[in-house]
Design a protein around this ligand. Structure first.
Ligand code: ATP
Ligand code: MG
Length: 736
């Protein structure tokens, strides 16, 4: 069989990697140079040129999505699916091993996997049993500690004893946690890896079997493997197998989760005769995009060093847009998206990338308003997030205490001593009497149907909700203030603050962002049928969470954090919120090495773009509940200036003089009054009867105006595009 076609669409270096003899090799190369492509072709080559059965191959990818894609691409290349081949993530493959050999692994046959929420619940239960103070040892931090130990391959017994009572406590809880997991057949994510490693170590016959079976192991995104993953790989490959690892030290972005860049350097020590191949041609991006990425990353020390080039031409420069606030930034992005869409680009070919999950809300709102389908990867949509749903559930209970769903959700969040037993009793009683859980709880409290401690805890909760109902009635409070108080009274901020790591911080940020969203909620715009702004807000949140999400097959704009964008590519990419303190994040200034990791993250972001990249930032931003004025990110300065082009508004219509919100709307109101009176509006020069030009709709006549404040709109009768309402503060109208 002639298999040379497998090498056809490859350059010399790629061909060398693909057609190499069975040996240990490392492909070390920058973004978009074809590393993943090499892996796919290498698998096809091994199967067809060397006639290695797919059964003898294992490929490790970074996500399950990448695994499916890889299988699809192999099938496309050689016409048959690689049957029997193991393709998956480290966790996925470890899980498979443990299911197959549960007995050898010392597991129950029906062992269960816990996600991080389950894990935390279990930790809490254990802490309660041990009578441990949650304020001193926040459960989230305990989970963090346990996971970090497991990533390093340490069981509780391996954690060095310490005189420091805090570390002692942690170690103690790890012991008890292990015991509880063992007893109940529960495995957390870290345990999958650790247990799979131990399985191989303790069962030599099994190890030998797999070492003989897997003739060749291939690993994508190798730079982000952690200690236990690396150790497991070494075992599986053993003396007889060989490995192909592909990676890019400049794209190592999971150091904060235990990934070890050093694993790349160690490869040559642990895998004999390692053959290293470097790829330097980039096939993904235009010259400008690539030059920007190269320039940026050259600011990092400690690189293995490589330079990428492309022969695809310079392309357009990178556009940098300074929004005057986050709303303006979102609007700008969506305007460009509409332009590309109208020019025939599919929505799925456009991606909006951001540093922090909380940034998505403003962008989502504009997308919903403009009825553009979108999809969020690797993270929940804003109103779908656990902490947001909890806060909303409190508000719902305050409006209607008989809302059982809301009651179930938050009765013991944060933990307030209402255990599963109490909740079970309430539930049963409600069922028996056909009443709501609230009413059942009320009876339990008044008739003393539960032990005093439990009854008191329930009573406390009911008083809390009644207090919130009072807050809701206070006519002096705006919607934002109400949420601020509800969140404070419920104790949600300290509850999440106690969680260590990015997730806890993100949750606190999201809660503050909710207050923000509520303050900015425009009650005037919504239908009259709602009895209160709160009702209108809650309904909109539910709709936002449920309906607008495009299904997997619908053409939709792709939204994701920079971390989830690894390995992907899109013709049009936006990097949003490229500001100091946000990206690089404020936290990265404190820990050594973190700033360089942020820069690598920016490198990952830039190199996702194929044709065109937009970098946007906002001069003022309301995020996490407060307004900040950040300067443009240092990363923008680090990009060679000749690659950049600043987007300027052709005419800065209604640009507020001050960035402060109150002044902002006052300014706009003044401007509107002037329009009404037929005067020329200061700053903008737009008045009724003017002929204006819009960058997309062309020329037209200003015929009407409506609304006040940031929502002020003008109606323009365009010569070609017909009559349109435009938001005065954002439409780029030029007066002719
Ligand atoms: P990343 O570091 O972002 O994961 P990568 O090195 O894995 O990138 P690939 O995704 O494999 O790069 O390739 C980038 C793009 O370039 C893909 O669209 C791929 O199909 C294309 N490509 C790679 N090599 C070639 C080639 N020799 N000829 C044509 N296209 C190529
Ligand atoms: Mg790749």
């Amino acid at each position: 069989m002639d298999v040379s076609f497998i090498l056809d669409a490859l350059n010399d270096k790629q061909r060398e990697a693909v057609a190499a003899p069975l040996q240990n090799s490392l492909v070390l190369a920058g973004a978009g140079s074809g590393k993943t492509r090499v892996l796919v072709h290498r698998i096809a080559w091994l199967m067809h040129a060397y006639e290695i059965s797919p059964y003898s191959l294992m490929a490790v990818t970074f996500t399950n999505k990448a695994a499916r894609e890889m299988q699809g691409r192999i099938e496309q290349l050689v016409g048959v699916p690689p049957q029997g081949m193991w393709v998956g993530t480290f966790h996925g493959i470890a899980h498979r091993l443990l299911r197959a050999h549960w007995r050898d692994a010392g597991l129950k046959e029906n062992f269960q996997i816990m996600d991080s929420d389950d894990q935390q619940r279990l930790v809490k239960r254990i802490m309660r049993e041990m009578n441990i103070d949650e304020t001193r040892w926040p459960p989230k931090q305990v989970c963090w500690f346990i996971n970090a130990q497991k990533d390093e391959g340490r069981r509780a017994a391996h954690v060095p004893d310490s005189h420091d009572p805090f570390s002692r406590g942690m170690r103690e809880m790890y012991y008890h946690y292990e015991e509880a997991c063992e007893k109940n057949g529960l495995l957390d994510f870290g345990e999958l890896l650790l247990r799979a490693h131990e399985l191989m170590l303790t069962t030599p016959a099994l190890l030998k079997h797999y070492q003989q079976r897997f003739v060749h192991v291939l690993v994508d995104e190798f730079q982000d493997t952690n200690t236990i993953q690396y150790a497991w790989l070494r075992l599986m490959v053993g003396e007889t197998g060989t490995i192909t690892a592909v990676g890019d030290d400049d794209q190592s972005i999971y150091g904060w989760r235990g990934a070890k860049i050093e694993n790349i350097q160690n490869l040559s020590k642990h895998f004999k005769d390692l053959h290293t191949i470097r790829l330097e041609q980039n096939y993904r991006s235009t010259g400008h995009i690539l030059k920007a990425a190269n320039g940026l990353i050259s600011n990092n020390d400690d690189r293995l060093g490589k330079e990428l080039w492309t022969d695809s031409g310079e392309g357009e420069p990178i556009s940098v847009y300074a929004g005057f606030n986050e709303q303006d930034e979102a609007r700008f992005i969506i305007e460009i998206i509409k332009k590309w869409r109208d020019d025939g680009t599919a929505l799925k070919d456009m991606a909006i990338l951001y540093r922090s999950n909380a940034q998505s809300r403003v962008i989502e709102e504009v997308l919903v308003r403009e009825q553009i389908a979108y999809r969020i990867y690797g993270g929940h949509r804003f109103y779908d997030r656990l902490e947001i749903k909890n806060a909303l559930a409190y508000a719902r209970l305050a409006i209607d205490p008989n809302d059982d769903g809301a009651m179930e959700r938050v009765i013991n969040v944060p933990t307030r001593g209402i255990g599963e037993r109490s909740i079970g009793t309430i539930r049963e009683m409600a069922r028996d009497q056909g009443c709501s859980m609230w009413q059942a709880a009320d009876q339990i409290v008044t008739h003393g149907l539960l032990p005093a401690r439990a009854a008191n805890a329930i009573k406390g909760f009911m008083q809390l909700i009644q207090g919130m109902a009072g807050t809701l009635q206070n006519p002096d409070l705006g919607l934002g203030d109400i949420f601020d108080q509800i969140i404070a009274e419920a104790g949600l901020i300290p509850y999440h603050e106690k969680e260590k790591g990015e997730k806890g911080e993100a949750r606190v940020e999201n809660l503050k962002e909710l207050v923000n969203a509520a303050s900015g909620f425009n009650w005037l715009e919504t239908d009259e049928e709602f009895s209160s702004p709160m009702m209108a807000f809650l309904d909109q949140a539910v709709l936002d969470a449920g309906e607008a999400q495009a299904d997997e097959y619908q053409d939709s704009v792709q939204l994701m954090t920079l971390h989830s964008a690894k390995g992907l590519e899109f013709p049009l990419v936006f990097l949003a919120g490229v500001e100091e303190n946000l990206f690089p994040s404020r936290m990265s200034f404190e820990e050594p090495g973190r700033l360089e990791e942020e820069r690598r993250l920016c490198y990952v972001g830039i190199t996702r773009a194929m044709q065109k990249l937009y970098i946007t930032y906002a001069e003022s931003r309301r995020l996490y509940g407060s307004e900040s004025f950040n300067s443009p990110s240092r990363f923008i300065r680090e990009i060679p200036q000749e690659c950049l082009e600043e987007v300027r508004l052709r005419s800065q219509v209604a640009r507020p003089v001050s960035m402060q919100r109150p002044d902002y709307s006052a300014t706009l109101q003044r401007q509107n009054q002037n329009i009404l009176q037929g005067h020329t509006v200061p700053d903008t020069n737009v008045s009724m009867g003017d002929r204006v030009k819009h960058p997309i709709f062309g020329e037209g006549l200003v015929v009407n105006y409506e609304g006040q404040g940031p929502q002020a709109r003008v109606q323009v009768n365009f010569d070609d595009a017909g009559t349109k309402w435009l938001v005065l503060s954002f439409a780029k109208l030029e007066v002719l």
